[in-house]
Ligand binder design. Structure first.
Ligand code: AMP
Ligand code: ZN
Length: 468
């Protein structure tokens, strides 16, 4: 039986019980990277949210299906879209490559960086440029339903046509209008209207034909098109970073619901931002670290994962190399422990193990409380639970934590007959029958098992067998 799982929904600002639309499977859409530059560890923290979500849900008994889009055209955020340059094209010019080459290169770099952090691969990675017809189709429907208007080769969403606009971000229309800064495109009916399709300027490299003339799509429509094409017009969870709430996800709701006429996403989950030196880690500001840079400084990339696991996914997290160094030490120690304990004889079932397991599951089910799960790891380490049981519990939990805890400690299986000899030797030692205990030790060596005695009982490793 799958336990009840509660997840925080940004839309309602409350934890809600997960009830998947299709039995047994949770379907997730995640806003992915814009591939004109390398991702930084801030982006990776956001991508870790769906990874932890899937690992937790699967640990608790669900199947999952995940779509993560690759934005390979522009990154056309609202007003900066209207005035600023398309970052994809700036990169292409600076690097003297075609937009497609730039996108392919940085997509691969993203996959490598995600793998360094043990982020599980999504089931689908749709590229925005492959979904232009679907975007055009949605825009046509929005115009037909009175949610959008075409003017001068561009198409805008009329936010006045969608009364729920602003609900996700809790922005009122007044605030939205007041928030529209600087020069506003005179073609727009109102400053808060956002762009669905933009007419191509003269030097544009990525241009598609459309009913409104040659142009290219806005950023927000990409995610409506890709999510509904792959998951249909109702799916369970949508993830992104906290900075995606407005305008990106607000716009996505207006688009997807404007077309379908009903709620599309059941639960909106947002990851807290990673901060550096008091400011948001950002590509544009240049204050960021790549995961490979951290590795070059001698850190295990999974130390960043360890660091991120210690904070609740929804809170802001301040990054520092000192903090990372602490996480790196703690991770290495934990791996050494697991290696050491893996050699211990597995004890008979310990009732405490079941209790720890139940608490671990309860932490996951409580809105992915990974800090509580990590506290449980620490508590287990200090506990009197038998070492072999601790190691196997931690290995199992690592399916969610993803810290490679048994790295360097391959699972060694005892050769046939060795287990009985070890048990007999334990009994002999308990009755202080050292002659028998020594004889059994020799017999074990013959089987390739070297046994040592420690204050916590016998430990064994594989040993070279004696030449016969
Ligand atoms: P981008 O490639 O710029 O579209 O960013 C990809 C994802 O990273 C988006 O979902 C953002 O919300 C997220 N993101 C950007 N900066 C940060 C940050 N400093 N901390 C956490 N997530 C971030
Ligand atoms: Zn998106």
């Amino acid at each position: 039986m799958v336990p009840s799982i509660r997840l925080y929904n940004t839309f309602t600002r409350a934890k809600e019980e997960l009830s998947p639309l299709r039995e047994g499977i949770v379907r997730i859409y995640s806003c992915g990277p814009t591939v004109y530059r390398y991702v930084h560890v801030g982006n990776l923290r956001t991508f870790m949210l769906p990874d932890l979500l899937r690992r937790s849900l699967e640990y608790l008994g669900y199947q999952t299906e995940q779509v993560m889009n690759i934005t390979d055209v522009g990154h056309l955020t609202d007003d900066t879209f209207d005035r600023g340059e398309d970052k994809m094209l700036v990169s292409a010019r600076l690097e003297n490559k075609s937009p497609a080459e730039i996108a392919a290169y940085y997509t691969e770099a993203f996959m490598d960086d995600a793998a360094r952090l043990n982020l599980r691969r999504a089931d689908h990675y749709p590229r925005a440029t492959d979904y232009i017809p679907q975007m055009i189709d949605l825009i046509e429907k929005l115009i037909a339903r009175g949610h959008a208007y075409a003017v001068g080769g561009a198409v805008y969403y009329d936010i006045g046509s969608f009364p729920a606009y602003g609900k996700l971000s809790r922005n009122t229309t007044d605030k939205l209008l007041a928030g529209a800064r600087g020069d506003v495109d005179p073609q727009k009916h109102r400053p808060g209207d956002f762009t669905l399709w933009k007419a191509a300027g003269e030097h544009r490299m990525q241009v598609w034909p459309s009913p409104w003339g040659p142009g290219f799509p806005g950023w927000h429509i990409e995610c409506s098109a890709m999510s509904m094409s792959l998951l249909g017009d109702r799916f369970d969870i949508h993830t992104g970073g906290a900075d995606n709430v407005f305008p990106h996800h607000e716009a996505e709701i207006a688009q997807s619901e404007g077309v379908s006429g009903h709620r599309v996403v059941t639960c909106w989950m947002h990851g807290g931002l990673l901060m550096l030196g008091g400011a948001r880690m950002a590509k544009s500001a240049g204050n960021f670290f790549r995961i490979s840079e951290l590795e070059e400084h001698g850190f295990d990339p999974l130390a960043f994962r360890y660091l991120a696991l210690q904070a609740k996914y929804r809170t802001k997290l301040s990054f520092s190399t000192q903090g990372l160094a602490g996480a790196d030490r703690a991770l290495r120690q934990l791996r050494e422990r697991v290696m050491e304990w893996s050699d211990a004889i597995r004890p008979p079932e310990d009732a405490k193990v079941g209790d720890y397991e139940a608490r671990f599951r309860a932490a996951l089910a409580d809105d992915l409380d990974l800090p509580a799960a990590m506290a449980l790891v620490a508590e287990l380490n200090r506990s009197d639970v038998a070492e072999g049981a601790r190691a196997s519990l931690l290995r199992s939990w690592d399916r969610v934590l993803g810290l490679d805890l048994d790295r360097g400690a391959p699972e060694v299986t005892l050769p046939a007959g060795a287990s009985a000899l070890l048990e007999a030797r334990e009994r002999a030692r308990a009755t202080k029958d050292f002659a028998t205990s020594d004889r059994l030790r020799d017999e074990l060596v013959d089987l390739g098992v070297a046994v040592t005695d420690t204050p916590h009982g016998q430990r064994w490793r594989s040993a070279p067998t004696k030449p016969s």
